[in-house]
Design a protein around this ligand. Structure first.
Ligand SMILES: C[C@](O)(CO)[C@H](O)COP(=O)(O)OP(=O)(O)OC[C@H]1O[C@@H](n2ccc(N)nc2=O)[C@H](O)[C@@H]1O
Ligand SMILES: Nc1ncnc2c1ncn2[C@@H]1O[C@H](COP(=O)(O)OP(=O)(O)OP(=O)(O)O)[C@@H](O)[C@H]1O
Length: 288
């Protein structure tokens, strides 16, 4: 059995520029991976079948699973006769805005590249990833990056200033398509992407706090007012800055002093079942 980690991502900025002819939206977003991860187990099969094993009832165990789609894409593209059993140990909350499924797909691409000895580069895997979902290309590389296009064009960035991240996910699932569908482009408050890039290059934590912004928040907060309440509580318990990740509903707070982490974590546990205190992974995995 080959095991591969599938880390979650958060969006430090998420800007939506306009709607594209293909129905997607042109985005400009800065994403970074955190040390909350699913674990993917890959085992070769001689029958050519792709099988998913997952204990999480919210995760499909058939062709709808993004890890399944990743395996099928490589098997069919490269004429692989073998199959694979994919065991998903889910730790990332589902439909949370943390790219759980996208990261599982990216981990499956990387693991099968090794298992089936395909010798593909990260860039080639990222191109395949883009066919599975808009966040998968970023998840193939990991680390920190500026994503543009529909999210599949990746420009690597250095690690952001070091800090703790507290993630709080209310017990609701959010459909990414519904959130993008609910966006009024002419009302978008554009985040300060350039300031965030400067904050990352200069390791300027205060500027990073100021520059955080997510154009999709306005839609999700209207659909789910409890997300606003979690943002307020996160600030009240001492976070330096707070933002919703992706299309939500997960809210993340950032804090530099470890002493405050427990107070925020314990404070949010009163409101959310799924609360995590995690670190930024920052740089790309050199073995990726
Ligand atoms: C919200 C984010 O997670 C932020 O990282 C991503 O932009 C969405 O990434 P994702 O979940 O991988 O998105 P996909 O699975 O490719 O698309 C799901 C749906 O979201 C909408 N979508 C997604 C990405 C994008 N740039 N524009 C869109 O309008 C489309 O309706 C699409 O059918
Ligand atoms: N491996 C997977 N893990 C979790 N969900 C999956 C997976 N494969 C397919 N799905 C489906 O995808 C939906 C979205 O799940 P996911 O956890 O990827 O959302 P997300 O974190 O909001 O993703 P993103 O941030 O990319 O929008 C789930 O409701 C689930 O039905």
């Amino acid at each position: 059995m080959l095991y591969v980690k599938a880390p979650a991502k958060i969006n430090l900025t998420l800007d939506v520029l306009h709607k594209r002819p293909d129905g997607y939206h042109e985005v400009e977003m800065i994403m970074t991976t955190v040390d909350l991860a699913d674990r993917i187990g890959l085992e070769r099969r001689t029958d050519g079948q792709i099988r998913i094993i997952s204990a999480d009832r919210y995760v499909p165990d058939d062709h709808r699973n993004l890890a399944y789609q990743a395996a099928r894409l490589l098997r069919d593209t490269y004429g692989i006769k073998e199959g694979v059993t994919i065991t998903l140990e889910k730790k990332i909350p589902v439909a949370a805005g943390l790219a759980g499924g996208s990261s599982d797909a990216a981990a499956t691409l990387k693991g099968l590249n090794y298992l089936w000895d395909l010798k593909l580069t990260s860039d080639q895997l990222a191109v395949h990833g883009a066919k599975i979902g808009s966040d998968v290309s970023f998840c193939v590389y990991g680390g920190t990056a500026l994503a543009t296009g529909r999210g599949e064009l990746i420009q690597e960035l250095p690690a952001p200033p070091n800090c703790w991240i507290i993630l709080a996910k209310p017990s609701i699932g959010v459909s990414t398509a519904d959130v993008y569908g609910g966006l009024k482009i002419n009302e978008v408050i554009h985040p300060k992407t350039k300031d965030m890039i400067r904050a990352i290059h200069e390791k300027d934590y205060e500027l990073m706090c100021e520059a955080m912004g997510n154009a999709l928040e306005a839609v999700t907060l209207k659909l789910h007012p409890e997300v606003s309440m979690i943002k307020e509580q996160m600030m009240k318990f001492g976070a330096d800055a707070v933002l919703m990740s992706g299309s939500g509903p997960t809210v993340f707070g950032i804090v530099q002093h470890e002493s405050r982490v427990n107070r925020i974590y314990n404070g949010l546990r009163g409101f959310c079942d799924e609360v995590y205190a995690v670190r930024l992974l920052g740089e790309r995995d050199p073995l990726a």
